[in-house]
Design a protein around this ligand. Structure first.
Ligand SMILES: [Cu+2]
Length: 363
């Protein structure tokens, strides 16, 4: 227990202390006295190990991300040169509590060909950290920022000029979830928790085809840049995918849950707008603008994610079966790839829905 904790507990008692921690006006504690923890980042749709609430004073959360220019299978007929944070599209989700410090080591290996950086929409100043993190191949940099705003936010690469839309359109975005220290609250202000959470990053790609209709092949992301910028300029993506590839979370890759599970879906979009919808379900609570300081809206059929942001939606599954979670621009969902399956196990509730009579000849 550091001196600050001791003083507050001694004077006000632990109950007051945990409430006081919610306050954005919490005095700054010298950062070098704070506990440092390393968060092991994982590939989406998984979230790193975390607690939904915390009674502790703020911590310094150390994370490491490596930019990888690499080839990835986008769909059956297309293996393309893309760019990733930690090898996945989107990059891994980081989780902190409000007023924690996030300390990122960003690595640009010598095997890459371009300069990269990172702009955290959750951060304050210096283009979200962009001006302090620009690194050439062979360099690494350490950035620390205080997560003052509670909510879900994107981060993305933004190395300057045309490289900004190019790097985002090639895969370099991800998200951070900054939880209120006492956890999420519903529209009435009551505490709410989730049983499961998934991170879905939606990605527009702009891969050109040749005169025969086949995807053009390139030797590297940089090699494809002039053609891809030309395609991007028309604003018509060749793909809109969840988690990097067509079918990344459908069929045998489906997400799973049980009837009764409250599932939090964090959904980010670096460039284009999205309108998530859960077919056969709802957004019980939706933090549509992404801020956990706002009351969530309730009972939504479809919600909106402006490009360059993230949103979170909580739903308690009430029926078993396969649900489709998609972008309800159905062209993007069905023709361009923005769909995921959630297979839910449990008992069917006839009170909620029943096929009263099966298909038969008209009487
Ligand atoms: Cu970059």
């Amino acid at each position: 227990m550091n001196k600050f904790t001791f003083t507050l507990c001694a004077v006000f008692g632990a109950g007051f202390f945990s409430q006081t921690l919610q306050s954005a006006e919490l005095p700054n504690i010298p950062i070098d006295t704070l506990e440092r923890v390393t968060q092991e980042l994982v590939a989406p749709p998984l979230l790193p190990e975390h607690t939904q609430r915390t009674d502790s004073v703020p911590k310094v959360i150390q994370v490491r991300m490596v930019v990888e220019e690499k080839e990835m299978q986008i769909e059956r007929d297309l293996k393309a040169h893309v760019m990733t944070f930690n090898g996945s599209i989107p990059g891994p989700i980081i989780i902190a509590h409000q007023n924690d410090y996030v300390e990122l080591t960003l690595v640009n290996p010598l095997t890459n060909s371009m300069t990269h950086n990172i702009d955290f929409h959750a951060a304050t100043g210096a283009l979200g950290g962009g001006t302090l993190t620009k690194i050439a191949p062979g360099q690494e940099v350490v950035l620390r920022f205080k997560a003052t705003k509670a909510g879900v936010f994107i981060y993305h690469c933004a190395p300057g000029g045309l490289m900004i839309p190019f790097h985002v359109a090639m895969g370099l975005s991800g998200a951070i979830m900054v939880l209120p220290r006492d956890g999420l609250r519903d529209d009435q202000g009551n505490s709410v928790t989730y049983d499961k959470a998934f991170y879905i990053g939606e990605q527009g790609f702009y891969f050109p085809r040749d005169a025969d209709g086949n995807f053009k092949a390139y030797t590297s992301a940089l090699d494809s840049m002039p053609d891809i910028l030309g395609h991007m300029r028309k604003l018509i993506p060749s793909h809109t995918v969840f988690n990097g590839a067509v079918g990344s979370m459908t069929g045998e890759n489906a997400l799973t849950a049980n009837v009764g599970d409250k599932v939090l879906i964090i959904h980010s979009q670096g460039n284009e707008d999205s309108r998530p919808h859960l077919i056969g379900g709802h957004g019980d609570l939706v933090w549509e603008g992404g801020s956990f300081s706002d009351h969530p809206v309730t009972g939504r059929e479809t919600w909106f994610i402006p490009g360059g942001s993230a949103a979170a939606a909580l739903y308690e599954f009430k029926q078993p079966g396969t649900y489709v979670y998609l972008n309800h621009n159905l062209i993007q969902a069905i023709q361009l790839g923005a769909a995921a399956h959630i297979v839910v196990a449990g008992e069917w509730d006839n009170n909620l829905m029943e096929q009263v009579r099966g298909p038969a000849a008209i009487q």
